[in-house]
Design a binder for this molecule. Structure first.
Ligand SMILES: Nc1ncnc2c1ncn2[C@@H]1O[C@H](COP(=O)(O)OP(=O)(O)O)[C@@H](O)[C@H]1O
Ligand SMILES: [Mg+2]
Length: 330
């Protein structure tokens, strides 16, 4: 089996918000005890509705945000103990919005070469050559070397962001909604580019999206996130053929039935994504779940793994159902 390049062990991130003159602060967990692993050459799709904690998890994987509990390892080493250079060589981000993630006052060459300059890699002419080579790889003409972001389209800007992420030849790239800000026609071009580069540079990805359809063709495995937890994980083909968690089913049915006017809706569950600051008791999905049983509202489901799949749902936990059926002592 391939080498493990990235691992999260039971990571939790709490935020404290709302302290003001009249209000007491509340603390809530945006990510709760999440574990995941990425082997060399894999693409792990991470899917879930807006607000479920995907970006918080991504920022912890990148070492940009410290976990409140648990740890992240890159190449087997705790990211918190890696030097900035080591980190930059191993893991790089591509963010959602190429309009805000590129400095408008810097040229394409400046933007893409920045990681090289920060880490003192090569001479000025070597760096320019590396940048030009990288533009070839991301399909952007070298004549844009001296252009500025406002002279580029959204798709071209995202190619610049991809070139910047890859210039250090990292082992892992964390792509956080890399196509969500782009026109539909450009989205598949960027996804195909990521796929081509993966083979050319031997890079592994975590690909984050709120839309299952986006990860379908690229991801080798998919993890589905709901309210700070990973509730299901399966190899991509299996997940699409046989979704197990009712939440995955709902996400999938939204992908399979695009609406003529609106394109692909996010889910058919309505807008009622629960408030992460006040999560429902028991299984946090139970208020929206078509299969909810009485004990789903009181007992938190546990992760059930078999082989390469995992699900966290009472439908698959016979022992918990049995215990719930037994008469409680008076
Ligand atoms: N820095 C922060 N301070 C307070 N709350 C935050 C912060 N970052 C994210 N959150 C909250 O954590 C939850 C998860 O957010 P996020 O990770 O951005 O979700 P996603 O990327 O899946 O949309 C949301 O309720 C969001 O408002
Ligand atoms: Mg996000």
């Amino acid at each position: 089996m391939n080498e493990m390049v990235l691992e999260a062990r039971d990571v939790t991130r709490r935020f404290t918000i709302g302290a003001s003159l009249f209000k007491r602060a509340t603390t809530f967990s945006a990510v709760k005890g999440v574990s995941l692993s990425l082997r060399q050459g894999e693409v792990l799709g991470l899917v879930g509705e807006s607000g479920c904690g995907k970006s918080t998890l991504a920022n912890m994987l990148l070492g940009l945000l410290d976990p409140s509990e648990g740890e992240v390892l890159v190449g087997g080493k705790a990211i918190s103990r890696s030097s900035p250079l080591e980190r930059a060589r191993r893991i790089q981000p591509i963010f959602q919005n190429p309009y805000s993630s590129l400095n408008p006052r810097k040229s394409v060459e400046d933007i893409v070469s920045l990681p090289l300059r920060i880490h003192n890699v090569g001479s000025a002419s070597e760096r320019r050559a590396k940048v030009a080579e990288m533009l070839d790889m991301v399909g952007l003409s070298r004549r844009y070397l001296d252009s500025y972001p406002n002279q580029l389209s959204g798709g071209q800007r995202q190619r610049v962001a991809i070139a910047r992420a890859l210039i250090m030849r990292p082992e892992v790239v964390i792509c956080d909604e890399p196509t969500s800000a782009l026109d539909v026609s450009v989205q598949s071009q960027i996804l195909n580019l990521l796929l081509d580069i993966k083979d050319e540079l031997n890079v592994s990805y975590v690909l984050i999206s709120h839309n299952l359809a986006v990860v379908q063709h690229i991801a080798t495995r998919v993890a589905v996130m709901y309210l700070g937890r990973i509730v299901e994980e399966q190899p991509t083909e299996q997940l699409f053929a046989n979704p197990r968690h009712p939440y995955t089913e709902a996400l999938l049915s939204s992908v399979l039935t695009p609406e003529p006017e609106l394109g692909i809706p996010d889910t058919h569950l309505g807008a009622a994504f629960p408030n992460p600051m006040d999560p429902p008791p028991g299984c946090s999905f139970h208020p929206r779940c078509p299969h909810a049983m009485p004990h789903c509202s009181t007992l938190h489901p546990r992760p059930l793994s078999d082989g390469d799949r995992m699900v966290e749902c009472h439908l698959y936990d016979e022992a918990a159902a049995q215990a719930a059926r037994e008469p409680q002592p008076a």
